[in-house]
Design a protein around this ligand. Structure first.
Ligand code: ZN
Length: 458
């Protein structure tokens, strides 16, 4: 009889000793994530390589970059959770913006430094970006998308291979303009609250972070468009930042360092590029490269061969293979992968039916049901047909869905998806989804058929 009472007293004592000092910090949240920490770092590094090719990133030797790196490292040393390899960069761009890639790379536009009235405001933006890294917001968003997108619901459970390979095979990426750099309002609030603690623990007044966001929002216009789209206002920011700050003991906050004043003077004299100028530079670079016109989604008549671990297949010389050559791949024209989705091209993937004794017909229907479950917009047109693919039994199904592309009036294009399954020796399937907007499907069909004709299963 005595023992439970003793335990209860002990439990109460422990709880109150933990909650007494009112210095609790916000705990990072967790969510569904397909990326290991190692993959997360790798994904960020890959994207960081792309960013430095596409944006005018100041060299590490720039005094402005060195200042931001010191400020960033100071803030990052107070970040909770995983110790990501944080690194900081300045983009020579006029518009106010900042973004974080998975696993640590953080970019601040020069325009953001020009706009900051105090070191604490600049620290606020950086602390907010560090918090997006802590919360793994980018890879969490990507994981969600991958789970929802076409064959991945199937791929996810069935296949090995790296998540980066799978991501690439779906045409998804982090990097400039990536959908996954656009944060939800929920993510914004999480980054603000964690950022509040990081600011406080680094000696900066957290309210400066909320003030700077409010200032950016009040400024409006094209100068702030990208920032507000990547970091949408969750509402009541000033209020909840103040509330969180008020849970921490009052302290005397830091004032601007002499270095900040020097850097402010230096950036005041700099003329960063506008987004438009950067885009024009990119277009020029694309036009002068050997890849041909940027809207090329045609199939060249000459072929090259992919030697996959499960098969060989020939495909148009001017198309690219994305993805893991041991699992699923996407073969698409250079410009067939846009907006993080495949709009022209072929996805090829293995499929293991749930019941290993299932034959081609039933396995195809099972696959089709899975695909349609994750893509409710898809509808079958006509009946499925029995076909032979280079001597092997297969099925063919035509589907209509929604293209990621729009016409000039902004209407979503109809997409044709041609599903072909073939039976492998072990009873599992290899399946193809050939994709193009409905209006262009006819012109690409010969290229798709050519690919099927060349298929050799191993
Ligand atoms: Zn944000």
């Amino acid at each position: 009889m005595m023992r439970p009472v003793g335990w209860m007293i002990l439990a109460v004592a422990v709880v109150s000793s933990l909650t007494l000092p009112s210095e609790a910090r916000v705990e990072p949240t967790h969510g569904f994530n397909m990326f290991s920490t190692q993959e997360e770092v790798q994904a960020g590094q890959q994207a960081s390589g792309d960013v430095s090719k596409q944006l005018p990133v100041l060299p590490d030797s720039s005094p402005v970059t060195q200042y931001v790196q010191r400020l960033g490292a100071q803030l990052a040393s107070h970040a909770p959770g995983e110790k990501w390899p944080y690194n900081f960069h300045v983009v020579n761009q006029k518009e106010i913006n900042a973004f974080a890639l998975p696993g640590g790379p953080i970019y601040v536009n020069l325009g953001t430094i020009q706009a900051a009235d105090s070191e604490a405001q600049l620290a606020g933006v950086i602390a907010h970006e560090i918090s997006h890294v802590v919360q793994r917001h980018g890879t969490r968003a990507a994981s969600k998308q991958m789970a929802a997108q076409l064959p991945l619901a199937i791929l996810g459970g069935m296949m090995g291979g790296s998540v980066l390979g799978r991501m690439a095979s779906m045409g998804l990426s982090f990097g400039v303009g990536s959908y996954f750099l656009k944060n939800s309002r929920q993510s914004e609030k999480e980054a603000d609250l964690l950022g509040t603690d990081i600011m406080y623990d680094s000696g900066y007044n957290p309210r400066a972070m909320a003030q700077f966001f409010a200032k950016i929002q009040a400024q409006g216009g094209s100068n702030t468009l990208q920032f507000l789209s990547d970091h949408p206002d969750p509402g009541n920011r000033a209020q909840y930042v103040s509330q969180e700050a008020a849970t921490l003991p009052a302290k005397k906050y830091r004032t601007d360092s002499p270095e900040f004043a020097e850097i402010k003077q230096q950036v005041g004299g700099m003329k960063p590029l506008t987004a438009e100028q950067i885009a024009a530079g990119q277009k020029q670079a694309a036009a002068s490269s050997s890849e041909g016109p940027t809207n090329d989604v045609t199939a060249s008549g000459s072929l090259q061969t992919l030697d996959h671990s499960d098969y060989t297949i020939s495909y148009p010389q001017n198309w690219r293979v994305l993805g893991d050559q041991n699992s699923a791949v996407t073969i698409a024209p250079l410009n067939g992968v846009t907006q993080n989705a495949v709009s022209y091209g072929a996805m090829i993937s293995p499929y293991q039916p749930e019941n290993p004794n299932t034959r081609l017909d039933q396995a195809t229907h099972e696959l089709l049901a899975s695909i349609r479950q994750s893509n409710p917009d898809l509808r079958q047109i006509g009946n499925d047909e029995n076909i032979r693919v280079n001597g092997v039994a297969g099925k063919s199904v035509d589907l209509i869905g929604k293209s990621p592309l729009q016409d000039q009036a902004g209407r979503t294009l109809e997409e044709r998806d041609w599903l072909v399954t073939v039976e492998r020796r072990d009873g599992s399937l290899l399946y193809f989804v050939f994709i193009a907007p409905d209006k262009d499907f006819g012109s690409l069909r010969p290229a798709f058929e050519q690919m099927l004709k060349s298929l050799r299963l191993k």
